[in-house]
Design a protein around this ligand. Sequence first.
Ligand code: CTP
Ligand code: MG
Length: 227
Amino acid sequence: MRYEVVLPAAGSGKRMGAGQNKLFLTLVDKPILVHTLLVFESDENCSGIWLAVKDEERAFVQSLLANYNITKVKGLPTGGAERQHSVHSCIKEMQAVEVVLVHDAARPFITLPTITELTNVAYRKGAAIAGVHAKDTMKVVEHGLIKETVDRESLWMIQTPQAFRFDLLAQAEDVAEKVGFLGTDEAMLVERLGHDIHIVESSYENVKMTTQEDLIFGEAILNRRKQ
Ligand code: CTP
Ligand code: MG
């Protein structure tokens, strides 16, 4: 199943504390952003990449695309103040396609089998998102006290990619913008429309490079994959 992917890349990386957009940090041999781009560049089912960027970083991103021979990027729209706005700026510029994936540019370890499964489920059912079972015991805490222990079996930690039929995501984003709803992922916008969203079990390796410790984990993953 062919798809196009939206990669929000217009954040500031505050929690990484690197004093620059964390996506430009080198992980082993290449910037994080390049690792992510190369996954989609190498996927024969991916027919286009949309990257939301900051205006002042566009020229640098374009130089990375040229240096690493990334050819599938169709647009580099200006990102917004929130991640959701950055994604929306891409969706607004895209021509309708069958299936669109949204994937954090900060998750460089996503693999092709997961992408393919998400795309196929989204094509058949409308919406599919990647996630992994919660590993730890989960409790609700209020004012420093345990309120309840939640059944872990039904708890999933949600990642990206999140895959949708293009029309469904575009509609969900338009509605969210109209009513001023801000979600922490795209699925939340689609949930509000009452549409079913399917889970696709992903990998614990599909971590988001968020804080310094994630870089250590990330380098270990890359070095092991190289062996
Ligand atoms: N992102 C974006 N536009 C924003 C905020 C985030 O395109 N206004 C992107 C980031 O570049 C990243 C992805 O969304 O690829 C996931 O966001 P996150 O991990 O929170 O990255 P940052 O917002 O950059 O980091 P922080 O929240 O620590 O500042
Ligand atoms: Mg953020």
